[in-house]
Design a protein around this ligand. Structure first.
Ligand SMILES: C[S@@+](CC[C@H](N)C(=O)[O-])C[C@H]1O[C@@H](n2cnc3c(N)ncnc32)[C@H](O)[C@@H]1O
Length: 213
C-alpha cells in the first residue's frame, strides 16, 4: 500500500544526495533551499521522534545532531543501507507510512520530508488517523512536502515545467498524489488536529499539525 515507488527509490538512492543539492536542473526548484528547510523541520521536532520516508537520512542527521531520539521508517532497502551508513545513531526500520513496527515508546513528533505524497487520499487519511492515536498530548505531525494551493497553481507549475522541457517533472506533478492545500487542511481538521501551512519554495510547504490535550 503506497509503496509502488520503491523500485524507483532503490535505483535513485546512490545519486539522491546529488539531486537534492541541485545537480538535476529538472528538480532544482523542487529542492531549492533543501538544507534550510530540513533544518527548520528538525528545529521544530521534539524527541522522541518518529520519521517516515527517511531516504538518505538528511533530516535524521540534523535531529540526531540535536541529541534527539529518532526512530526511522523507510521502505527502500537501498535508501536504508545509505541511511544506516550516514546516520548509525538512528534506528531505521523497514516499513512505510501505514505499516511499521510497533513502538514501545511515547512519540512527541511524527516527521517526514518529501514523502507523504506517495500516499493516495484514502491512505493519507488512514495514516493521519493512526498518528493522532499514537501521538502524546500536544504532539505534532510536522511534514515538508509539495502541495498545490489550488488547481490553477498546479496547472501553472505543469505548464512552466513543460515550457522548460522538464517532462519528468511535469509528469510527476500530474501523476503523483500531491494534495491541494484545502483538502489536506480539511483532513487534518476532521481528525482533530490544529493545522498550519507555510510555503517554503515554489513547490514545498511546511505542514505543522498539533494534537490537542
Ligand atoms: C523524495 S525521498 C525523500 C527522502 C528524505 N525524507 C528527504 O527529505 O530527502 C522519498 C522517500 O520516501 C520513501 N517512500 C516511498 N513510498 C513510501 C511510503 N509509502 N511510506 C514511507 N516512505 C515511502 C522513498 O523510499 C524515499 O526514501
Amino acid at each position: 500500500m503506497g509503496v509502488e515507488f520503491v523500485d524507483l527509490f532503490n535505483q535513485w538512492a546512490s545519486s539522491y544526495d546529488e539531486t537534492v543539492s541541485g545537480s538535476d536542473p529538472e528538480y532544482k526548484e523542487v529542492f531549492e533551499g533543501y538544507d534550510t528547510m530540513l533544518q527548520e523541520l528538525a528545529d521544530l521536532s521534539i524527541s522522541p521522534v518518529l520519521e517516515f520516508g527517511v531516504g538518505t537520512a538528511n533530516l535524521t542527521q540534523k535531529m540526531i545532531a540535536q541529541h534527539k531520539v529518532v526512530v526511522g521508517i523507510e521502505p527502500s532497502e537501498e535508501m536504508r543501507r545509505i541511511a544506516n551508513v550516514k546516520c548509525p545513531e538512528a534506528a531505521v526500520y523497514a516499513g512505510d507510512f501505514i505499516h511499521f513496527p510497533t513502538l514501545q515508546m511515547p512519540i512527541r513528533s511524527i516527521v517526514s520530508s518529501f514523502a507523504f505524497h506517495h500516499l493516495n487520499e484514502q491512505e493519507k487519511r488512514l495514516a493521519l488517523k493512526e498518528y493522532y492515536d499514537k501521538l502524546e498530548s500536544n504532539g505534532e505531525v510536522i511534514f515538508i512536502d509539495t502541495l498545490f494551493k489550488n488547481e490553477d497553481y498546479k496547472q501553472q507549475l505543469i505548464n512552466e515545467a513543460e515550457q522548460k522541457g522538464f517532462m519528468n517533472l511535469a509528469q510527476d506533478l500530474r501523476e503523483e498524489y500531491y494534495p491541494y492545500l484545502d483538502d489536506l487542511e480539511q483532513m487534518f481538521l476532521q481528525l482533530g488536529f490544529e493545522v498550519s501551512f507555510k510555503p517554503l519554495n515554489k513547490f514545498a510547504w511546511l505542514i505543522q499539525a498539533r494534537k490537542g490535550e
